[in-house]
Unconditional design. Sequence first.
Length: 370
Amino acid sequence: MDPFLIIILVLVCIIVGLIIYNLNIYKKIKFFSNINDRLSNLNVLQEFLDTIGKDSSVDNKLEIINNILIEKFSIKYSTIVIFNGAEYDIKATNVDERHWDTMKNLHTEEIFKDSIETATPKYVTVNGPEEKLNYQKSEMGRAKSAMFFPLYIDNIYIGYWIIESSNPHAFDDMDTSVLGVVKENIVAVLKTVSYQNTIENIYRIDKNTGLNSAEYLYGKGKRIIDKYPESSICMFKIMNIEEINEKYGRDIGTEILITVSNIIKRSIASQYIFVRYMGPKFAIAFSGVDIVGVQQFIKTIKEELEDIKILIKQKEEVKTKKKQKEVFASPITNFVIANYYKGTGLESITKKLEEYLDDCDEKESNINCI
């Protein structure tokens, strides 16, 4: 056989072998790349879940999640906008504040209306550095491409997430399926923290005492309490408030409530949470202090409260013009205290304290630890 032909055959075999080898290498690289992408997405999801569990406000959690997206996916700008039932509100963004008015009104732009109506992402870009995106006003140099994702919870439109780049066609090769998963994770986070958001904002201010209602204790108050591993929760009840209302009138009863709350407000430290729990019941969370540490304070404050004397104004006798003997109304209080440990159910503790006060003898006036 011609030696030259043999050399050609050998080279062909080598080339074919290299092609097969390279194909195998490519498949392995693609396989491991997919695994790496999946692991990366799982890590992002885990960071989302970790963020949900943080002892932080809803708005702060959304900011953390937005920062995770920016870092993990190398996104230039990311903005989460939520419709709260009355208006659109930017919950998280790294866009300069002077552009916020534009960013929270993207739902009015024609290019995004069909995206919202059909619940599908919208990709917009320009071809040259001198062009600008349709929704931009006076931001020529900021963004040259964007992806808009409408957000839905149980088929109800709640807002949108938009990512932007300063380069044209920046998202041409972006894996939209990955971004779709990220979008669903954002929705899952919003759904999960919606209960927390309700708790944080449902509390009201009692018009008589100026105190926050019980809901404050479980929302913003709990974040303060949970800065410490152990705290004491105290609840007390003005046991004779109904008797005072019936005997002297509700105005006197209200004056008792106000005087009681003012004495405690000026007596406790700023890190302690004091709320009007319900009716004649009040709650104090002594953040970072155990039961032993608060017992003496409770004893002192109980004595001071029961020294309150509200003068009852009475009519003079018309015939004799003789003044009647002065009559005063004073509160009778009953206190109960329990330990609270960070991570346990605060509402379980308060329920137990409330049940004790409601079930005890109406004439009881003690300091109890349970």
